[in-house]
Design a protein. Structure first.
Length: 490
């Protein structure tokens, strides 16, 4: 069969060969000698909301102890505040919440959306966000601007209606999306859609684009938002001598010049170990505490006190009406209350990170070594295209293959986030065919971390299990590439 000439032809061929690919994946999985009890119960990350890793025994024990105590919930909230202030300084504060998305919703509503009380007609406000990965998280709370991005969420979540992603948009609120200099937004995937390829992002030029956009929208400007990750595949490889991404620092400085907040979605991040809000200069950073951190299902908003006061009021934490420094009452967003288990789990997880950070960092160091070793065995025709990085912020190993498309030639297939939601993502669905729970792998990037059947009850890596599933991923990549036609002569 002749080599495909165009991208869409490659993806059309993959779609036509879907059943053959899955059959080959299942056959390859047999060579892994995976125990029956692990099939469907082991995966490439324990940091996905849909299938979080089991609680470590230290966190589980701490929560069980607290569960039998009579403790006012604001005691746990204040303990979390003390831990955050002890590390970042007294000018910072914290607000626990039930999920990262709830944290984003509350933060945008408290800090950026127009007021709805008082005399006079309402006005619109806008926030600026880089056109980067995961736009359906940090960049989906307003109507997209310019209008060419009106359908950027497309079919995500299988519905674009009021109860889908579009339903997150807040009243009279817009999101101004800014393409980043050096990034590539080429169309890829069986569900053919533009994908943000961020590895070659240019910080100086991107900040100039953000500044020009801010100037153009200054009369409506209410804030900035971005991810808080630190790896090349997300566009954050350019760092200062302390390891802080310069793009984040630049956006923080820009927000300060306009006296508007800068909100960072660091869902997969780890407090204290990862991207430091103080070094960045941002106003708010939001964590999904059940992902890399290892807590029970919950999230944590940290930030400057000025920004946290209205957010804490919205959760009912910021003082009772009769006058107290803290409380646990009813307020606008009390529906986002994380509850006793979430709060006590956060306290335990934060203390472990401060006192024994190696519990989280050692497994990632070991996993990185295994990933490097196993990808060194991949088909030599594609081996040079893989770049492997380690993230202390996310507790992950990133495997990026954007370089396979350099020079205008067909490279290793890239699947879009639309493929993930449409069920046409061959890397993700192929892993499930092999009995392995996949990880985020769209946009030419695999984000791999410990925790889902690859660690013991203490959270430490089980090397033979980690190696087994990484080997499975390597074999699946080889299979998909073979069926894509990229190796065939013209």
């Amino acid at each position: 069969m002749a080599r495909p000439q165009f991208r869409f032809q490659m993806y059309k061929r993959l779609q036509q060969n879907l059943q053959k690919i899955y059959a080959d994946a299942r056959k390859a999985a047999e060579t892994l000698n995976m125990p029956a009890e692990l099939k469907g119960a082991i995966g490439l990350t324990g940091a996905i909301s849909g299938c979080p890793s089991p609680l470590r025994e230290d966190i589980e024990h701490a929560m069980a102890v607290e569960a039998k105590k009579v403790v006012p919930l604001n005691v746990y909230v204040d303990q979390i505040r003390e831990l955050i202030k002890g590390f970042y300084g007294d000018e910072y504060d914290a607000c626990p919440i039930n999920t990262c998305e709830a944290g984003l919703w509350t933060t945008f509503d408290c800090l950026m959306t127009p007021p709805f009380q008082g005399r006079g007609d309402n006005y619109r406000s806008r926030y600026i966000a880089p056109l980067e990965r995961h736009t359906h998280h940090q960049a989906s709370y307003g109507r997209p601007f310019p209008p060419k991005y009106k359908d950027i969420l497309a079919d995500r979540g299988s519905t674009a209606g009021e109860l889908g992603f579009y339903g997150k948009r807040q009243h009279n609120f817009d999101t101004v999306l800014v393409p980043m200099a050096g990034a590539d937004y080429t169309v890829h995937g069986i569900k053919y859609h533009p994908v943000p390829l961020m590895k070659n992002l240019k910080v100086k030029e991107s900040l100039q684009a953000l500044e020009a956009t801010a100037k153009r929208h200054e009369t409506l400007l209410a804030g900035f938002a971005s991810l808080g990750y630190d790896t090349p595949g997300y566009g954050y490889s350019d760092k200062d001598k302390e390891g802080t991404p310069n793009l984040l620092k630049g956006i923080a400085a820009l927000a300060k010049s306009y006296n508007v907040p800068y909100v960072i979605d660091n869902a997969w991040g780890i407090p204290f170990i990862g991207t430091n809000i103080k070094k960045v200069g941002a106003d708010v950073m939001i964590y999904s505490m059940d992902k890399a951190t290892g807590s029970a299902t919950s999230a944590l908003i940290i930030g400057k006190e000025e920004a946290l006061v209205p957010i804490r009021r919205a959760l009912g934490y910021h003082g009772a009406r009769y006058g107290t420094a803290s409380s646990y009452g009813k307020a606008a967003y009390v529906g986002f209350d994380p509850g006793k288990e979430g709060l006590s789990g956060q306290v335990a997880a934060l203390r472990v990170i401060l006192d024994r950070p190696e519990v989280l960092t050692k497994p990632v160091d070991q996993l990185h070594k295994i990933v490097v070793e196993e990808f060194a065995k991949i088909d030599p025709r594609i081996r040079p295209f893989f770049k492997i990085y380690k993230s202390r912020n996310c507790g992950t190993v990133e495997v990026n293959y954007e370089d396979s498309w350099k020079g205008g030639k067909l490279g290793i297939p890239i699947f879009s986030i639309e493929d993930m939601y449409a069920g046409s993502h061959l890397f993700q669905d192929g892993m499930m065919q092999m009995g392995i729970i996949p990880t985020i792998s769209y946009d030419a990037n695999f984000f791999i971390s410990p925790g889902l059947g690859t660690t013991d009850s203490k959270g430490q890596l089980i090397p033979e299990r980690a190696r087994m599933i990484i080997r499975g991923l390597v074999m699946l990549i080889e299979i998909v590439c073979e069926h894509s036609g990229m190796h065939e002569s013209t």
